[in-house]
Design a protein around this ligand. Sequence first.
Ligand code: GTP
Length: 275
Amino acid sequence: MWYPGHIKKAKESIKKNLKIVDAVLELLDARAPYASRAYEYESLFRNKQKILIMNKYDICDQEKTEKWIDLYKEKGYVVLKTNLKSENIKKFLENKVAKHIPLNYKEKRAIIVGVPNVGKSTFINRFKGKKSTTIGNTPGVTKGVQWITVNKEIKILDTPGILFPELYNKSIKNKLMAIGSIKGDDVTKDDAVFYIFDYLKVNYPHYLDNIVEKGSSKENAYEFILEFAKKRNFIKKGGIGDYYRGRNTFLKDFNDGIFGRVTLESPEDYEQIKI
Ligand code: GTP
C-alpha cells in the first residue's frame, strides 16, 4: 500500500491536534536521517518547539549520522539519540525530553510523529509496559491517535506513521524501503535491493564479503542475491539460488541491521537540504 486512506486521516488529525500541543517529537531512523524526516511537517509545525529523536542509533553508522545531528543542531533543533529497544523510556522522557517542552498549559504536551517503522509502537508499548499497539516490521501498524500520560507533568499524543509520497524521489523511496517504511511491490523491492547492494559495495564492501561464500562474485546485484540465497539454503531445483526468497531475506536482514552498522546518507550527498 503506497498511500492508504488512513494516512490522509492521520494528517488531518495531526493538524487538528497541533493546536493543543507545545512541542513536536519527531522520531527518525538514524540510518536515514534525512529520508526518514517527514519534512512536510516543517510548514505545519512552524511555531512549535521541535525535538528530533534519532532512533535505532544502535544500528547506524554513528560517524555519518553525527554529521546530520550537527547540521540539525546548527539549524536550531533539539536532537536526541536513542535505541528505543533498550532505553528506559520513562527516564528518557523525564530526564532528556521534558526540559525542552515549554509549559503553556497545566501540563507539558507533545505530539509524536514519524514515518512508518521508525519505532513509534516500540516507544509507546515499552512506555506503557504492555502491548497496547501492535509492534511489527509492517508499515502503518499504528492506526489510532492516543494520549499517553507520562506523569502529572507530561502528556504525549501518539499518532500513526505517515508518508509524503508526493515529495519522494527515487533515491528517497529506495532508502525508505531499505529501512522498512515503505513495503513496495516486486519492482520497487528489486530497486531497493539493487540500491542497497550498490551502496554497500561502495561504502561498506566488507559487509558483502561476510554474507556470501568466499570468492563469490560481487559484480552485480542479481548474481549476488543468488549467492546470498544459496548461503541461506534457499535453493531451487538444479542447485540455483532462489532469487525471490534471497531478495526478501536480504531486504529484511538489512532492515534489521544484521549486516552491520550502516547510514545511507551524508549531508554532502544532497545539493539542497530542505529543513
Ligand atoms: P508503524 O506502526 O508502522 O508506524 O511503525 P512504528 O514506527 O510504530 O515502528 P515499530 O515500533 O513497530 O518498530 C519497527 C521495528 O523496528 C520493530 O521490529 C522494532 O523492534 C524495531 N526497533 C524499534 N526501535 C529500535 C531501535 O532503537 N533499534 C533497533 N535495532 N530496532 C528497533
